[in-house]
Design a protein around this ligand. Structure first.
Ligand code: DGJ
Length: 309
């Protein structure tokens, strides 16, 4: 019997192996949850804060607590163009199901080891369990792109990416097949230097949660809200609480998702000198009118009983 995972620590899968799904995201499809992330299951390249590219992993769950490893669904071998190499940076995978093409479409941050290329990798699969085949590597609309996420509503998807040397978040419309960009781009938080974007819609508000830009070192998260996805987003406050508020509980946002009527935030707890042992948290996102609170809880998916009780 494998013990329960604890927020802030490395987690184990149903076989007792370390979960390697950093910078991850969760797709709900046909009753199952698929967690895609960076497989960093090797030692750091000596003296650096990076590991050689292993793959993008996939884990499956029905309850978001017990995870079965599917395997690495994207590796250098799935890239016909052979641009993906061991020294490539492939981070923050996000996957959408495209109802028109019936394909699973993955976008990742793709980079050279010095983060100088600053682009995206787009890959597709016919099953959520992959394999994903690289379709293209690009700089979206010829802009730089580092931390990123995808957001979809009513069949229109957007790439939300840190651009202009991480100064400004850009929201770029994807084509109906989610494989490319239409050219339409809006800017959020101009010169505010936000990354690790999380974006979700609840009621009359579009909320974001982002981190500052301090590499692997934690910093205060901030939330924003607007009645519109791509206009009037205003940074409001840090949604965290208590003594670890200033470091987002020593974590960094990577994804927001709704489960049984409750929004949750998936965090990475980076160990920059030993990335494979970085931890995870799943914390509740409480919506208080137009404000967000992300309380610390010890167990993944736990609700903040103190506040709710
Ligand atoms: C912070 C980002 O949020 C991570 O995904 C990663 O790119 C590191 N920077 C690299 O320093």
């Amino acid at each position: 019997m494998v013990g329960a995972n604890v927020n802030g620590q490395p987690w184990r899968d149903d076989q007792g192996n370390l979960i390697q799904a950093h910078g991850g995201s969760i797709l709900h499809y046909a009753g199952d949850y698929y967690w895609y992330g960076e497989d960093k299951g090797v030692a750091n390249v000596e003296g650096t804060s990076r590991v050689p590219f292993v793959g993008i992993s996939c884990y499956r769950s029905t309850d978001l607590l017990t995870w079965q490893r599917i395997g690495d669904v994207l590796t250098a071998a799935n890239d016909p163009s052979q641009q993906v190499q061991a020294e490539s940076i492939v981070e923050r995978p996000k996957v959408l199901f495209n109802a028109l093409t019936k394909q699973f479409v993955m976008w990742c941050h793709f980079d050279t080891p010095d983060y100088g290329f600053a682009g995206c990798l787009v890959a597709t699969a016919t099953q959520p369990t992959g394999p994903f085949t690289v379709q293209q590597i690009l700089r979206p609309n010829n802009f730089d792109s580092r931390d990123m996420t995808l957001f979809e509503e009513n069949g229109q998807a957007y790439l939300v990416h840190s651009a202009n040397m991480n100064k400004t978040l850009y929201v770029a419309n994807l084509t109906p097949d989610y494989l490319g960009l239409t050219g339409e781009v809006r800017k959020l938080f101009i010169d505010q230097e936000r990354e690790a974007p999380v974006i979700f819609h609840e009621g009359e508000w579009y909320f974001t949660i982002t981190s500052g830009t301090t590499g692997w070192r934690p910093n205060p998260a901030l939330f924003s809200r607007s009645h519109f996805l791509v206009a009037n987003q205003k940074l409001i406050d840090n949604p965290c609480q208590g003594p670890k508020k200033a470091t987002t509980y020593d974590g960094q946002p990577t994804f927001g998702f709704k489960y049984q009527g409750q929004w949750y935030l998936l965090l990475d707890h980076w160990q920059r000198e030993d990335l494979q042992h970085s931890g995870y948290s799943i914390l509740p996102i409480e919506i208080h009118g137009r404000d967000l609170v992300v309380p610390w809880v010890d167990q993944p998916l736990q609700r903040n009983t103190a506040a709710n009780g």
